[in-house]
Design a protein around this ligand. Sequence first.
Ligand code: AGP
Length: 615
Amino acid sequence: MCGIVGYIGYRDAYPIIMKGLQRLEYRGYDSAGIALFDGNQINLSKTKGKVEDLRNKSERDISVNGTLGMGHTRWATHGVPNDVNSHPHYSNSGDLVIIHNGIIENYEAIKTELKKRGYVFESDTDTEVLVNLIEEVKKKEKVKLGKAVQIALNQVVGAYAISVFDKQKPDEIVVAKLGSPLAIGIGDKEFFIASDASPFIEFTNNAVYLEDEEMAIIRPGKEIKLRKIKDDAVAYPMIQELQLNLEEIEKGGYEHFMLKEIYEQPRAIKDTYRGRLLVDQGLIKMSGIDDNLEKFLNANRIIIVACGTSWHAGLVAEYIFEDLARIPVEVEYASEFRYRNPVITSNDVVIAISQSGETADTLAAIKLAKENGAFVFGVCNVVGSSIARETHAGAYTHAGPEIGVASTKAFTTQITILTLLALKLAKEKGKFSESKYHEILTELENIPSKVEKALEANPLVEIIADVYKNSENCLYLGRGYNFPVALEGALKLKEISYIHAEGYPAAEMKHGPIALIDEQMPVIVIATKKGHYEKVVSNIQEIKTRKGKIIAVVTEGDEQVRDLADHVIEVPETLECLSPLLTTIPLQLLSYHIAVMRGCNVDQPRNLAKSVTVE
Ligand code: AGP
C-alpha cells in the first residue's frame, strides 16, 4: 500500500507534496521520492527511508521550485527498498515520470519486449516498466500522453493507481486507477492527487474518487476529462463534498486501524494470491518456491518457526501440508526452538513466518537452522525486512502495512501463502486428483468474497460482545483445521481486551478444562459443517449440560447447533482446508468489539509492541 501525492496549479508544489507524503506514511514507507517540474526540467529526488530523509536529501540536492509535481511513499512489493527502486521513475527519454501504487503482474513479459526494443532499466520495479511502455506507445502510435496511458493500461494485468506527467506538456497530469485507491482534490484553478484525501483536505473538501478502470486528464482551469480505460467512453466525475477529518481519513473512516485491517482482508488475500494463483491454467506461480522446488520435494520434514499469531498460522499450515501434501511438519515456537538444541539436518526445510520480519526469536531460529544446513524459506509482510533478507528464499504476503498491534490480515494472508505452497507441493507429489486440485484452487479464489460475507455478521457479533464484555474468562474450542483458529481467537481476545482466554482442541475438554465450565464461562466453539462436526456437537452438549454459555461459529444454514447454542454466528460454507480463512473473521470482530466496549486501547494494547525485536 504505497502513498501517492500530486499537485498541479498555481502554488508551490513542494511543500504541499511533502506534507501530503507525511500524512500518507501510515500507508507504509520504506522509501520515498518526489519529482517537480520547474518550468524547464524535471527535478527528481528519491531515497530509501522515511519522508523526513527525502526532505533532507531533496532540499540538499535539487531545486524544489515548480507548480507541478508528484511524490510517493513506497511499501515495496517488487524490488527491495533502496534508492533506485524508489518512485518516481523516469522513462528512458527522461520526458515522462510516473508514480504507482499497486502490482503489475505481467511486467516481466513487457520488460523483455521493451528490452528487445532497446529500452534499458535501472530498477527491479514493475513501475519503471510501465512508464517505458507508455513511452513506447506514445512514440509508436504518435499519440498524446493521455491516449498513450490508456493504450498501455489495456496491455497490463494487475492493480494500479498511477500518476504520470510529460515535461514536454507540463500543463497536465494523467491519472488512472484499478484496484488501488486514487482521489482527486478539486480546487480553484488547481488539482490535487492522492491515495486518500488527507494530503489535500486542508485545501479543498471537494473530491472525485476514481472508479476502477477509470482515468483522468487533469489541467488547471479546465474540467477534469474522465475516461473509461477499456473503451475510452466518457465518464462523468461525481464530485463529493468530504466531511471527514484527518484522523478519520487515515483510518479509512473506521474507528481503529484494527477494524480497518479486519475489513481489508478480502483485498489483502486477493493481493496476496494475485499473479500467483492462476486457476484457469491450473497453476501456482511463486518464484521463491519454483526456484527451490526440489528442496521442498526432497525434504524429510518441514519445520515451521514463528511466534504469536504467526505461530498459529504455522499450525494451520501443519494441517494443510500433512493433509494435502503428506509432508511431515513440526511447528515450533521460535523462542523455544532457538534454545532447546533441536535436531536439524540438511534434509530439513524450515519455514519462518513473520508479519514484521523483525521478530528477534524468529530471526535467531533462522540463524540456528542455517548453521545446521537447513534450507530456510521466509513468509513475511515487510519487503526487505531482516527475516526476508536472512532467509534463503521466501514469499511476501501483500497485506499492506498492519498498523494495529493485534495481527488480523497478517494471519489470513500468511495462511493464503502457506495454502498455495501446500497445494503446489501436493500437486507436484501427485497426492491428489486433478479435479480435487482444481476444486481447491477455485474455492481459494472465491475466499475473498466469502470473507466479505463473513464480515456481514459484524452487527450480530457486536450484540454478542455486549453480552460478554464483562466476562473474566473465556474458552475457545475447535477441532482439526480450526483448533489453531481457537488458539488465535483466544490470543486476540486476551491481547486487546485483557480478558483471560484459552484455546483448546474441543476433545480436550474432558481432560480437565470442562471443570471450568459454569454459567459465568462463555465458550466460543467453532462448529462448521466440515471436519468432525458431530463430535463438536457432542462437545457443545457437554458444555450445555454444565450451563456453559455457548457462542458457536457455524456454517450458514446450520439449524442443529442453533438449537443448542446461546448464540450462533454464521460463516459461508467452504472446503475444510480453507475454513480457517473464514472462521477467524467473527473471532477477530468479537475481540475487537469487546475491547472497545471495555475502553481498551485497541490499536496499542498495554505492554505490547507491534514488532518484538528483543528477546
Ligand atoms: C498477534 O496479534 C501479536 N501481535 C503477536 O503475537 C505477533 O503475532 C507476534 O509478535 C509475531 O510477530 P511477527 O509476525 O511480526 O513475527
